[in-house]
Ligand binder design. Structure first.
Ligand code: B12
Ligand code: SF4
Ligand code: SF4
Length: 361
């Protein structure tokens, strides 16, 4: 069907309303070309900042041209979905006996929910314009989601590299619909409102930023606790504190996150009180409990061994309370070599704290 430009402007406005009624916080439209990002992206890869995330180095040029990933794509619809539940954030970081899990991961895994919603949006559009080609993505394909969102006018890329805007901060997920419809594009977000602020760079516990807008992912706690298998480099263990899955510090202390509304998605409500969980209790979960309690959640993807590894580090960063020492000693014999090494590191630190001697980092 050939639609007139005027119709498409009207349809886009109705599509925007529909997106909001489906629970998205905002929607914008952009074209297929993000090749302006290629030199920056390639330089980032060349420095090895992606660590073991080989998927970022794969897929050739598909990331920079939407129509190379999905042939015939003419417009990209970009959406954002607020996820911050009504829970504590920075307050928890001062309680080493409690585990800090990134606030995005406390409820249902967002990937499926986002894609399902995007397909609902596409089906609505199909009812209006007739059959058209589309594909829905949310963190599931070689898409430069942040550059796409900025180009679609949803916000600016902050110095912490996340997309944020003045009404919501950055506590939202991004998703896209690639379509073969030629929808009128929105103006890109031209101004960024970070100004002279550098708070995100200053508060990062592991100093993972090499400068504004550039992150060495290998040092980021999110990478270390979720994406990285194997031992956590020793110098980065102490700064991890009680963060056992992901990290939010660069968002928590950003002045724009003062304006973040709490999510309206019931699916993002924290499960099993994981927003305030006791570290020792989590460490004592056996594998069956881990699998059962994390079913349908992003946390499950890190795997049980990495879960225990992360908890061992966080226990070592806590106080030498008897329950922590006992739990570490009790579980040690049944753990893998990798986890045992992290338990030994933790026990050594806790012993040093008991004796008041400096611990090795
Ligand atoms: C790999 C990845 C990670 C890695 C690397 C992060 C990174 N900064 O690259 C790790 C595991 C560390 C990570 C962590 C997190 N992630 Co992540 N991650 C991704 C993923 C899969 C790819 C990102 C990527 O391509 N990185 C490579 C770098 C080089 O690209 P880039 O930062 O996008 O930058 C490009 C452009 O934006 C542009 N650019 C960037 N800055 C600037 C500045 C200027 C001035 C200009 C002109 C251009 C420009 O140039 C770059 C090169 O092309 C995306 C999903 C996706 N497909 O996009 C989610 C994604 C970025 N992650 C997300 C989230 C929520 C997180 C965490 C908050 C999770 C947590 N709480 O633990 C943290 C935040 C850490 C941080 N400060 O980035 C969300 C971000 C949503 C948002 N509001 O922006 C995404 C979009 C997933 C989603 N669908 O919602 N993540
Ligand atoms: S998520 Fe945490 S570790 Fe990663 S860049 Fe942000 S503050 Fe640093
Ligand atoms: S903390 Fe400051 S520099 Fe960082 S993203 Fe927020 S406003 Fe920008």
């Amino acid at each position: 069907m050939r639609l007139q430009a005027l119709d498409l402007t009207d349809i886009k406005a109705r599509l925007h309303d529909k997106a909001l009624s489906l629970g998205f916080a905002d929607m914008g439209v952009t074209g297929t070309d993000v090749s302006a990002e290629k030199p920056r992206f390639d330089a980032w890869l060349a420095r090895g900042y992606h660590g073991s995330m080989g998927f970022l180095a794969a897929h050739g040029d598909k990331r920079f041209h939407a129509d190379k990933l999905v042939p015939d794509t003419r417009s990209v619809i970009s959406v954002r979905l607020d996820y911050l539940p009504d829970t504590r954030t920075h307050e928890l970081l001062d309680h080493p006996e409690q585990a800090y899990i990134a606030r995005y991961a406390l409820g249902r895994d967002y990937h499926k929910l986002m894609r399902k919603r995007l397909v609902q949006l596409a089906r609505w559009l199909e009812e209006v314009v007739g059959p058209f080609g589309y594909r829905a993505f949310a963190d599931s394909a070689p898409v430069l989601e942040r550059a796409v969102a900025r180009n679609a006018g949803l916000g600016w890329v902050g110095k912490h590299t996340l997309v944020l805007n003045r009404h919501a901060g950055s506590w939202f997920f991004l998703g896209e619909l690639y379509t073969d419809l030629e929808l009128p594009p929105d103006p890109p977000q031209a101004t960024q409102h970070c100004g002279s602020c550098t708070r995100c760079l200053d508060v990062c516990p592991t100093n993972a930023f090499t400068g504004p807008w550039e992150l060495d992912a290998r040092k980021c706690i999110s990478y270390l606790t979720i994406e990285h298998d194997g031992p956590i480099p020793e110098p980065l263990r102490a700064p991890m504190g009680n963060r056992i899955f992901g990290c939010d510090d660069c968002q928590i202390y950003c002045p724009w996150t003062k304006f973040t509304p709490h999510t309206r998605e019931a699916d993002f409500t924290p499960r099993h009180q994981l927003d305030e969980a006791d570290m020792v209790a989590l460490f004592l979960w056996d594998e069956a409990t881990f699998l059962q309690r994390t079913e349908g959640m992003a946390i499950r993807r890190t795997g049980y061994e990495n879960w225990l590894r992360n908890l061992a580090v966080a226990l070592g960063n806590g106080s030498p309370r008897p329950e922590a020492l006992q739990a570490l000693r009790r579980r040690r014999p049944e753990c893998s070599e990798l986890v045992q090494e992290h338990i030994d590191w933790a026990l050594q630190r806790l012993r040093a704290k008991t004796l008041g001697t400096p611990a090795r980092q």
